[in-house]
Design a protein around this ligand. Structure first.
Ligand SMILES: [Mn+2]
Length: 224
């Protein structure tokens, strides 16, 4: 059994399929956790979400929410979220994908997206989109604060919005794996923190980290 943590997908279905092939992913034995920002920017958001939704039902796919999922859900709930449709943020692609899927499918996917947690953890690892909120007065983060703390803009949870140098090790020594900030190569940011987002939607490089083996994997191709 292997557990892989894949960086921000942003609708990159072909790269995702290539990655599964490269790591020889077995849906019956292995698990795959996405660091969030699965939607927006890419053209195949709807197709990717359908694929992952079935993966979640089959038990091999586990998502955590990113700032893009939070912005999308806010927008769907009627908040203006003025930047959501900006080309740079890429919300239009998700809205178009959802309208192609039709009312019933898109409502189902919306309610699934709403159920995504802010973190995934086991006894040795924590996966979060941005970083762990800091324990006051320390240079450590606490996953227990994810649900309670909003970022300064007030739109997002702080844990989906934090970037270096504000991403901190967990106070309890568990390894933190995060996305959100694009790095050229997936790597250890420091000894207790791994960054896996290699910006697939613009670089064509999608990366993952295996929790059991400690190995990095990546594929390269064309973003869509
Ligand atoms: Mn992000």
């Amino acid at each position: 059994m292997a557990t892989y943590v894949v960086g921000d997908l942003h609708g990159q279905l072909p790269l995702f399929e290539n990655l599964l092939k490269k790591i020889n992913f077995h849906p019956k034995d292995d698990r795959l956790i996405a660091t969030g920002d699965v939607i927006d920017r890419g053209r195949l958001v709807g197709e990717l979400l359908e694929r992952l939704y079935h993966g979640a039902r089959e038990g091999w796919f586990l998502p955590v929410a990113g700032n893009h999922e939070e912005a999308y859900l806010r927008f769907r709930e009627g908040d203006p979220v003025p930047f959501y449709r900006d080309p740079e943020f890429g919300g239009e692609q998700t809205l178009e994908s959802m309208s192609r899927l039709g009312h019933t499918r898109s409502r189902l996917l919306d309610s699934w997206l709403r159920s995504w947690p802010l973190s995934w953890s086991d006894s040795r690892h924590i996966v979060v989109h941005g970083g762990l909120p800091s324990v006051p007065g320390t240079r450590f983060g606490d996953v227990g604060l994810c649900d309670t703390r909003l970022s300064s803009a007030g739109i997002f949870h702080e844990c989906v919005d934090l970037r270096p140098p504000h991403i901190l090790p967990s106070w309890d020594g568990r390894l933190v794996v995060s996305g959100h900030t694009i790095v050229r190569k997936a790597k250890f940011y420091h000894e207790a923190l791994v960054m896996v987002d290699t910006g697939a939607y613009r670089t064509g490089r999608l990366s993952a980290y295996c929790l059991e083996s400690g190995q990095f994997h990546s594929v390269e191709g064309f973003p869509c």
